[in-house]
Ligand binder design. Sequence first.
Ligand code: ADP
Ligand code: MG
Length: 457
Amino acid sequence: MAVDYKKLWNDALIEIELNVSRANFITWFKNTAIVGEEDGTVFLSVPNVFVQEWLSTKFNKFILGALHSLCPAIRSVEYLINQEESPKTEKKKENIINVKELKSDEQLGFSELYVDKEANLNPKYTFDSFIVGSFNEVAYAAALAVTKNLGTSYNPLFIYGGVGLGKTHLLQSVGNKIKQEKPGAKVHYLTSEKFANDFVMSMKNSAIHSFKEKYRKYDLLIVDDIQFFSDKLKIQEEFFHIFNSLYDKNNQIIFSSDRSPKHIVGLEERLRSRFEGGMMVDISKPEYESRLAILKSKSEAKGFLVDDEILDHIASFVQSNIRELEGALNSIIGQCKIRGRILSLNEIKELLKKNAKPEKSVTMSQVIRAVTDFYNIEEKNLFEKTRRKEIVKPRQVAMYLLRNDLQISYPYIGEKFGQRDHTTVIHAYKKIDRVIEKDDKLNREIMDIRETLFGKN
Ligand code: ADP
Ligand code: MG
């Protein structure tokens, strides 16, 4: 048949592009071309064995579909490695590595490149790509409500929850949606650390006036990770004035923090009450169903159709947060690409185990430290033989965490806590275990302590 191969392939690519993510499109369809056709089979030239494998196993459906709809006589596609492009095996190896790097660079570069300088928003964080489950639906609804009535429905909005659970994603989604719907709106996103640095710099440069002006002009100011304000009183004071000025003008302010305002130590009372005066919502850890849904959606977005059995395994294994979930998925996809084939379930299990954050690396003294910091008591108090309420609870919480999360034996814990009998430790453990069932406040406190222990590393 007399076909213009170049045109045919270009037309097909237009359709294919609609079905795969941009990063995938660039990675896998670069340097491809139709080089021939025979009896309804199209020969597609690809740069290396690696692309050959991926296109034929993962994208064949799209490719054939696009070609077939343009030219119904086409019934199959064969993928040929372009000999000119990879004459030596050494070069081929290089190609494989390049392909892998190219993808991550591409994704990074793509998102980083388009960060809106003024608003400081990353366009990849949108409501569309945010998956909603029971663990985050309240926060999601509140964030969406804010976009509908900026400054008037929930002001300020305060979203808190552990690391990697989607706070930044949600905060920036609000900013991106506002920018999209009201291009003239002055939106700004920054972390509280950046705010603090800005403040210090402006003091050094005697530019405090323009600093104040700058932050007072926003219609929507988003301050991420507000827990860094802890103990920075001068900065809190400055921020307090900015907050009031924005608030008085009905300008929207959104915060996030890794814990609720009342658990941020060293936060001035008046600022705390401002935070608590608006809408406070938390994001908890995703349960199994949500983890599975997230994995499904992420792998589809990347153009990788991963088996349900594998997704099920990742969702069961990685429970901590969404960032880790994404990380596990990415590392599996990365390995597939490096090896140029799909991994077996056993290989995936091994990989997950190898990449898993060793929870055991948290030590006994770190737990004790986290508990005493959290409840604002001295370490030595914890070991004293006292029945004071403000000591008894932290002590029981510490014992509970040591037993439950670090699997340390009851007798050993008893010994460390001033030679107490192991039955005392069992009693403490059972008591906390029972109380958290119905006491939300205590439950939350323990989760917050866990975040500081296991959340970041
Ligand atoms: P946090 O700010 O709470 O530490 P992030 O917003 O940085 O967490 O989220 C970590 C990663 O997980 C990001 O890549 C983000 O896009 C992704 N993520 C978090 N929550 C969701 C969600 N509900 N749906 C899709 N992706 C999510
Ligand atoms: Mg964040």
